[in-house]
Design a protein. Sequence first.
Length: 149
Amino acid sequence: MAYHLAQMNLAVLKAPLDSPELAGFVTELGRINALAESSPGFVWRLQDDAGDATALRPLGEDVLINMSVWQDLASLRRFVYASEHREFLRRRRDWFVQSGETRLVAWWTRAGQVPSVAQGLARLALLKEQGPTPEAFTFAVQFPPPDTS
């Protein structure tokens, strides 16, 4: 059985999305989303009718949710750290509250399955409760897909 890597990360806004403080983020979001979609190994990303996920706020108005699925961990890492996304990542302190709280989780999902926001939130809760496990892990502590361990 083939597996893909799902990830969810949360961002707590420093200001409302339509504020001048977040203009740089809003301006670049479409370009970064397009970069993800054209990256090798990209499979899927969460989006609403506007083409991003900024209107989806199940955790409150100040929390953005990002979810995506990739063929493997290497593909996601390349996008995050070895593409233009790296510059976007460097600016996160300009736009988002930094708290040290765990806000990123990764897990393996069967190829062809699209994870729900509820599944992602459950995986994040599992990571916070138990630390990294094969069911919920981070970039720092990774686990192989179920059929290769």
